[in-house]
Design a binder for this molecule. Structure first.
Ligand code: AMP
Length: 114
């Protein structure tokens, strides 16, 4: 699939509040935030789910976490804490089939998640 929602955001065909961008990674505010800071961090190439991550994507997936670290620092959450999570398929609640790391912070987060 070459036309998922997040590819449209990358191409600026769908508006988003973009807060971070590199050649390979984009991050923008979630439309339906679940915490004071709720950011989605995505690769600029289409990878449908975690199940579709290959060895060749290992460095790219690492860069999603590096983006999370940088964004958390920018929003002064490095020390107070934050969570990153990536859903995979139906039971997890994945609704957009282009892998994305949720970065949540700005409040105490319950555990375990629902
Ligand atoms: P997931 O359930 O893990 O697939 O997460 C998909 C996320 O994308 C949800 O948290 C949605 O609120 C968010 N979302 C859906 N459409 C948009 C959009 N156009 N801009 C920003 N976030 C979106």
């Amino acid at each position: 699939m070459s036309d998922d929602l997040f590819l449209k955001i990358i191409r600026r065909e769908v508006p988003a509040d973009i807060i971070y961008e590199t050649d390979e990674v984009l991050a923008f505010k979630d439309l339906n935030p679940q915490a004071p800071l709720h950011v989605l961090i995505i690769p600029k190439i289409h990878i449908r789910t975690i199940n579709d991550i290959d060895d060749e994507h290992a460095e790219l997936v690492g860069k999603l976490f590096l983006a999370a670290k940088d964004i958390a620092k920018k929003y002064a959450m490095s020390q107070s804490g934050y969570r990153v999570v990536m859903n995979c398929n139906g039971d997890s609640g994945q609704t957009v089939f282009h892998i994305h790391l949720h970065l949540l912070g700005g409040r105490a987060l319950g555990w375990p998640p629902g």
